[in-house]
Design a protein around this ligand. Structure first.
Ligand code: OAD
Ligand code: ZN
Length: 238
């Protein structure tokens, strides 16, 4: 198993699996969110145009669910990693539940947005969900009255922070994926980029991810159990 040096540049990409032990449903596991909802209905702009109330119902529920949960041991292990590697550490997440921030991660790159925010489809003003009338069927912009939409990057839209992510992938020595099926691009391709740029690649996942062929070291199991002990070993924080 790889022992990391304090000067290694470490980039971590997390997905829904890291929040599973906090009680948040993943997308593609059995019982996952995409089993009961059509992606095109609730996670595309055209779905929102067709039925904004349905889309709001879906994200309002997910917002309420995630507000009722807490970070787990894996989220906290990443906070320890950030403290140890300091400016050499970069956390990228596909998750929109905000749990990395709540755990104490300082600047997770939330590339698919965050359920706690929404923005105006007309004037683009951004709001904290708590500051809007979130419980009406379709929340309206307090500034201009147009529809608000969840601050979620839907399919067909460009993820946030791609410039920062690309820079971190070019420089990284170790790239770690945690709790992600490796099936949604561009995130699923980051491991290939990192590997081709010379990084060591590690995965911690319940099932084999789709991009396993680019992984040097695979730890199969639950991240809440596996990650804290790996972090202790990697950083010799025993
Ligand atoms: P998925 O639901 O596709 O994959 C979750 C992965 O986590 C699976 O490979 C599981 O094996 C693994 N897993 C489940 N429980 C775990 C645990 N306790 N510990 C470790 N691993 C566990 O979720 P993502 O890969 O995050 O995008 O999905 C990527 C994107 O697809 C999401 O950001 C979302 C979705 O559609 C948008 O909504 C734009
Ligand atoms: Zn507005």
């Amino acid at each position: 198993m790889k022992k990391l040096s304090r000067n290694d540049k470490v980039v971590v990409l997390t997905g829904a699996g890291i929040s599973a032990e906090s009680g948040i449903r993943t997308f593609r596991d059995s019982g996952g969110l995409w089993e009961n909802h059509k992606v095109e209905d609730v996670a595309t702009w055209s779905g929102f145009e067709k039925n904004p109330a349905l889309v709001w119902k879906f994200y309002r529920q997910r917002w309420e669910d995630s507000n009722a949960t807490k970070p787990n041991a894996a989220h906290y292990a990443l906070v320890d990693m950030e403290k140890y590697f300091a400016q050499h550490f970069c956390l990228i997440t596909q998750n929109v539940d905000g749990l990395h921030r709540i755990a104490g991660s300082i600047n997770p790159l939330e590339m698919h947005g965050n359920l706690n925010y929404c923005y105006c489809t007309s004037c683009r003003a951004k709001f904290d969900m708590k500051d809007t009338d979130a419980h009406v069927a379709i929340p309206l912009c307090p500034k201009c009255g147009a529809y608000l939409r969840p601050d979620i990057v839907w399919f067909g839209e460009i993820p946030y922070y791609l410039y920062e992510i690309e820079n971190s992938l070019k420089k990284c020595d170790v790239f770690i994926i945690i709790g992600t099926s490796g099936s949604v691009y561009p995130a699923a391709g980051f491991v290939m980029t990192a590997k081709l740029m010379g990084a060591e690649t590690i995965a911690i996942n319940l099932d084999a991810p789709d991009n396993l062929s680019f992984i040097d070291e695979f730890h199969q199991g639950k991240s809440g159990t596996i990650l804290p002990s790996l972090v202790k070993k990697w950083t010799a924080m025993v």
